[in-house]
Design a protein around this ligand. Structure first.
Ligand SMILES: Cc1ncc(COP(=O)(O)O)c(C=O)c1O
Length: 372
């Protein structure tokens, strides 16, 4: 077993459990600061961990800007002392009013948000003026993922100009998330980022020539982080999320991220050995996310030559010729393929420091509503 994953007081851990290794989290935070050269270019996304204490570790390392997807994550961040929070998700319907409530409740935090649609901008502006607030608003650019956003071009320019004209909103830059760039060879990822950036910078130039400021460009996730981090233009902010806990999914694909290590592990126990070649763990799909498909959701450490053949809500069944080496009660550590949705399935994580579980941290932002 990787000695980094030793837990001497394992009997205090009820399985299935999510376990955070604090030193490895610190390692991953230090690694992105090292790659970026300083904290100035960093705006990490918190959707991976949703945890106040990890946000505080980032802040203690000098990170002053954060990104999130939900209003609950935004509140979690404000409670952790974050001073600059971008909600990188379309705010619609009653959430416009809810964002105004959040801004009133946490005046020490500067919140900003995205738009990609004129009517959504109008609704946001109205919610702000109704509460005598002004919101910094970025335009969400669709740079190839085709999930949200508006492509670079005249409609995007006009929407950005509209932010400047709408009472209650102030133009704050572009959101440039390239979640489709998962090419394994770094050269291919690099070429894709270089190409998508050209029209983005052209659009910025046109707006600035008209006297409309474009203060920041919030770019990328973990797969393109090393590429964005090397760019140098005013207002660049990189927004990786997965890096902080990391996982097998990215770790097995992107060799340029070798300084990052999985800092979250699932602890599971053998609950049955239903045949001479089969072991069953307490690691169903209520403890590890159903993304990716069955059979690929975890890597079991120290179980040689196994095939995952069945997963139910609370059971993971594997076939292995080594089944006789395991007995009910035995502990196995598992690295999730996709940590972000897995984390959100756990109410709290056990925290390991120097080989011992010392405390637990609530995955606070997994709740849909905190107080607002
Ligand atoms: C808008 C946005 N920004 C940043 C990220 C972080 O990406 P990653 O998980 O690859 O670090 C995500 C991930 O889903 C995202 O949706």
């Amino acid at each position: 077993m990787n000695p980094a994953y030793t837990i001497r007081n394992i009997d205090t851990v009820f399985s299935p459990a999510l376990v955070f290794f604090k030193d490895l989290i610190r390692n991953n935070i230090a690694e992105i600061i090292r790659i970026a050269g300083s904290t100035a270019k960093l705006r990490p996304h918190v959707k991976t961990h949703k945890t106040r204490e990890i946000a505080k570790l980032e802040i203690a390392a000098g990170i002053t800007k954060h990104k999130c997807a939900t209003l609950a994550e935004a509140e979690m961040l404000a409670q952790a002392g974050a001073v600059d929070v971008l909600i990188a998700y379309p705010i619609v319907g009653p959430n416009c009013r809810r964002l105004a409530l959040l801004m009133k409740k946490y005046p020490q935090t500067r919140f900003s948000a995205l738009v990609d649609y004129p009517a959504a901008l109008t609704a946001l502006g109205k919610a702000m003026t109704d509460s005598a607030l002004t919101l910094d608003v970025l335009i969400d650019l669709d740079v190839g993922q085709h999930r949200t956003g508006i492509p670079c071009g005249p409609a995007a320019i006009s929407l950005y100009e509209q932010i400047a004209k709408t009472p209650g909103t102030r133009p704050d830059g572009f959101h440039v998330y390239d979640g489709h760039n998962h090419q394994e060879p770094i050269e291919e990822r690099q070429a894709a980022v270089d190409a998508l950036l050209i029209p983005v910078l052209e659009m910025r130039k046109k707006l600035e020539a008209k006297g409309i400021p474009v203060p920041r460009l919030v770019c990328g996730g973990t797969p393109t982080f090393t590429i964005w981090a090397k760019k140098d233009f005013p207002g660049l902010e990189c927004s990786p999320g997965t890096f902080v806990l990391f996982d097998h999914g990215y770790g097995s694909k992107f060799t340029d991220l070798k300084g990052l290590v999985p800092a979250a592990v699932l602890v599971t126990r053998v609950i049955s050995r239903p045949s001479s070649t089969r072991i069953t763990f307490d690691l169903g799909y209520k403890a590890v996310a159903s993304d990716p498909p069955a059979g690929k959701r975890v890597i079991l450490l120290d179980v040689p030559e196994y095939t995952a053949i069945l997963q139910n809500e609370e059971h993971l069944v594997v076939e292995t010729p080594q089944a006789d080496k395991f007995a009910p009660g035995d502990v196995v550590f598992a690295i999730p393929a996709h940590i972000c949705p897995t984390c959100a399935m756990h109410q709290r994580a056990y925290v390991v420091e120097n080989g011992e579980v010392t405390t637990t941290w609530d995955i606070a932002g997994r709740d849909r509503v905190l107080s607002v």
